[in-house]
Ligand binder design. Structure first.
Ligand code: GLN
Length: 480
């Protein structure tokens, strides 16, 4: 079976016309994964038993519905990969950390419940930077996910496994999470569509927290239409996440005469010339389609990285406190002799061995920013700056419908190139973190390549205006 660029629509059609069954399709994907994933490293674990039983269920449901002339659920039999920080009941959820190496989820995340209800087939759990800390997928405790377009380059992070799985036809769609870049950067580096959803639009229940005021689940897909379908399914209020809201999605069916803002701060020094060229060329093609392009300013952009890395690390350090070597996760209790058995020993030894270097760095940075002598100077100041960044977007969206610019300052870089230089790694996030700080949605849409490496265009909308992103992205998709 040819899986190249298989979309949800094509799978629906194939199932309807009985070209293949859902079970045959799932087996074909597993076959593909087994042939290609040794090299790429997109998956951390495969859920074959679960997937086959879901596929058999889907086949029954499809047969039943077709026999009575009804439509079957849109995701019936559609195979997907799930980032390994999202709980799937009965499956391992490691967060790519030794701390959770043997942890098996006891319930489904809110978004997983919805995927299951719509018939999706879960093939397995995809790699990430440990606890979603990173931009390259090199911080996983288990493996580096390589870029399918160039195996010497990173896939992007932290949802690198999800993006690489889609780019290499190892799933039809995948879920990722985006705290500061993690759906969009890997989508851009791997040439797939990735959507960071409005904060509050998708439930975070059952998603292992990285930084709670920033984390959002989002789809990675082959095309814009699939991203819209998945967003439509996973969004909405969930009583298990108090920050989620009721969300009535309205599809925009006709092309709209949107005004597009291009922030001058997104084209400053540090932006790779070839990336700049591709982005500007695409924007001028959009202008040729009759859209009004307007230069705008997001004046607080310069402060966004510092602000993000204070807030992110503060929240992360608090969230990771639960991994104490006592309640669950990696524990050194059995290795500590009872004579010197103190609580401090358990904490130090378990956390010392369970967490990787980047997680420890975040815990130390965050704890420092939250400590009594420094709280006002760092955490409180960062919260004030966050308001300014949010205000930039509020002001801009009074003038324009959408904002466009690059996703990252450069295309995928070589594996190892930035691994020992955290500051230069953090700089990769310069155009993506303001979006999470403001809570607005943004997509990375593939628009071209530099050599072998794909480049994404970032399309940003106001809160809960994902429909505008889908509307224009599906136009751009056709002209690039
Ligand atoms: N690169 C950012 C970080 O390391 C964002 C990661 C993410 O979105 N999970 O925090």
């Amino acid at each position: 079976m040819k899986l190249e660029n298989f979309t949800i629509k094509q799978i629906n059609k194939g199932l309807k016309e009985k070209e293949f069954s859902a079970k045959e399709l799932a087996l074909a994907y597993f076959d593909k994964i087994k042939k290609t994933d040794n090299e790429i490293g997109a998956y951390l674990s495969l859920s074959e038993t679960l997937a086959i039983s879901q596929a058999e269920e889907a086949d029954k449901e499809i047969a039943l519905r077709l026999s009575s002339g009804q439509e079957f659920p849109i995701l019936a039999g559609v195979p997907c990969g799930i980032k390994d920080n999202i709980l799937v009941e009965g499956e391992k959820c490691t967060c790519a950390s030794k701390m959770l190496e043997n942890y098996v989820a006891s319930y489904d995340a809110g978004c997983i419940k919805k995927l299951k209800k719509n018939g999706a087939v879960i093939l397995g759990k995809t790699n990430l930077d440990e606890f979603a800390f990173g931009s390259s997928c090199e911080n996983s405790a288990f493996k580096v996910t390589k870029n399918p377009h160039d195996l010497s380059c990173v896939s992007g992070g932290s949802s690198g496994g999800s993006a690489a799985a889609i780019a290499s036809d190892q799933a039809c769609f995948a879920l990722g999470t985006d705290t500061g870049c993690s759906v969009r950067t890997p989508a851009s580096f791997c040439g797939v569509v990735g959507l960071k959803t409005t904060y509050g639009s998708v439930s975070r229940s059952g998603v292992i927290a990285s930084a709670s005021s920033l984390d959002q689940v989002g789809p990675l897909t082959k095309n814009v239409e699939d991203a819209e379908t998945i967003f439509n399914i996973i969004s909405g209020k969930d009583i298990f996440d108090a920050t989620s809201v009721e969300f009535k999605y309205e599809k925009l069916t006709k092309e709209k005469p949107f005004v597009i803002g291009v922030p001058r701060e997104f084209f400053g020094k540090g932006l790779n010339k070839d990336v700049e060229k591709i982005i500007k060329k695409t924007i001028s093609k959009i202008e040729d389609q009759g859209f009004k392009i307007q230069e705008i300013s997001l004046p607080s952009t310069d402060f966004a990285l510092a602000c993000y890395y204070i807030i992110q690390t503060s929240e992360a350090s608090a969230n990771l406190a639960r991994f104490d070597g006592i309640r669950y996760g990696y524990s050194e209790i059995q290795n500590i002799s009872s004579k010197d058995f103190t609580l401090r020993d358990i904490y130090l030894k378990s956390r010392g061995k369970g967490f990787g270097a980047e997680s420890k760095r975040r815990i130390m940075l965050g704890t420092y920013s939250l400590s009594s002598g420094y709280y006002d100077a760092y955490y409180k100041k960062a919260q004030e700056v966050r308001l300014l960044i949010k205000q930039d977007f509020i002001d801009s969206f009074k003038k324009v419908d959408l904002i466009m610019g690059p996703v990252t300052p450069f295309p995928a870089f070589k594996i190892g190139e930035k691994a020992n230089d955290p500051l230069s790694m953090y700089l990769a996030d310069i155009y993506t973190v303001p979006i999470n700080l403001a809570g607005v949605p943004a997509m990375s849409l593939p628009i071209g390549k530099i050599g072998k490496l794909p480049v994404g265009l970032q399309i940003i909308a106001n809160h809960f205006e994902e429909s505008k992103i889908f509307n224009i992205a599906s136009i751009i998709e056709k002209i690039v």
